[in-house]
Design a protein around this ligand. Structure first.
Ligand code: HEM
Length: 226
């Protein structure tokens, strides 16, 4: 569930990067892990102390779904952040962010299946088929599964980098579907989903800019030719 490593915009291949943009690995991944679990711990505390409001199941579903979306967008922002700001540490946590996004999305769907719908298969099937907001959420979840399953280095080796990269571009499709899911859920006040739509659009613009710059860069002469 990641896109491949990339150079900062305009950087030459092999150029050394400023050390200040590279926080030590020792705390980077544990920090991401602990930080990402804070929303879950807070949710558990609110549930244990009856602070989830009038509709606790909807509250739990929404909080878990939102955490999944935030982490998914954060994982997609890693390569553009490296390109745009030279944050070389960002791609090193892309995989963890993607897997944590999948973790929250799975909890979100599990709450829907086991608590909200109480394992009522016909009600869930009707929901997926008849409620477009659930249909797109379902499609997003289906897309996230192969990405999570192929997030290991062995998968990259087994599939070959290009094929793996093409598959992992599906993370963008999943994120777009989740944003649509969010829009259709809130219906009237779209201010929150709009933020994620803008962030995703910005990431696309950065990627498109990088792609155009790479296309316009003149091909380097082949050594010994001519
Ligand atoms: C089978 C797939 C899915 C189902 C059945 C589903 C179901 C739901 C339901 C029922 C709600 C509204 C809860 C309520 O207000 O009563 C919701 C909201 C939401 N879901 Fe999903 N969802 C699915 C997949 C996903 C995925 C994959 C993500 C993110 C990675 C996601 C993110 C969200 C978000 C962001 C909200 C709105 C949160 C808010 O209003 O603050 N959903 N989903």
């Amino acid at each position: 569930m990641a896109t491949p490593a990339a150079r900062p915009l305009g950087a030459q291949p092999g150029a050394t990067r400023p050390a200040r943009s590279t926080p030590p690995d020792a705390w980077l991944k544990p920090g991401i892990f602990v930080g990402s679990l804070v929303p879950l711990a807070y949710l558990v505390w609110r549930a244990a102390t009856n602070r989830l409001g009038a509709n606790p199941i909807a509250e739990i579903e929404n909080e878990l779904g939102l955490a999944g979306l935030i982490l998914l967008v954060a994982s997609l922002a890693c390569s553009p952040a490296r390109r745009a700001f030279g944050w070389t540490w960002a791609p090193r946590v892309r995989r963890e962010l993607g897997l944590l996004a999948f973790f929250y999305a799975s909890l979100h769907v599990a709450v829907y299946i086991f608590i909200d719908q109480a394992l009522n298969v016909s009600a869930m099937t009707a929901d997926v088929l008849k409620r477009p907001f659930i249909t797109v959420g379902f499609a997003a979840m289906v897309l996230l599964i192969p990405l999570a399953l192929t997030s290991t280095k062995q998968s990259i080796r087994r599939m070959g980098f290009k094929r793996w990269q093409r598959l992992h571009y599906l993370a963008y499709v999943a994120a777009i579907l989740v944003v649509i899911h969010f829009f259709w859920r809130v219906k009237i006040d779209v201010s929150q989903p709009l933020i994620y739509a803008y962030v995703l659009a910005s990431l696309f613009v950065i990627r498109a800019g990088v792609w155009l710059l790479q296309k316009r860069r003149p091909a380097r002469p082949v050594a010994g030719a001519g």
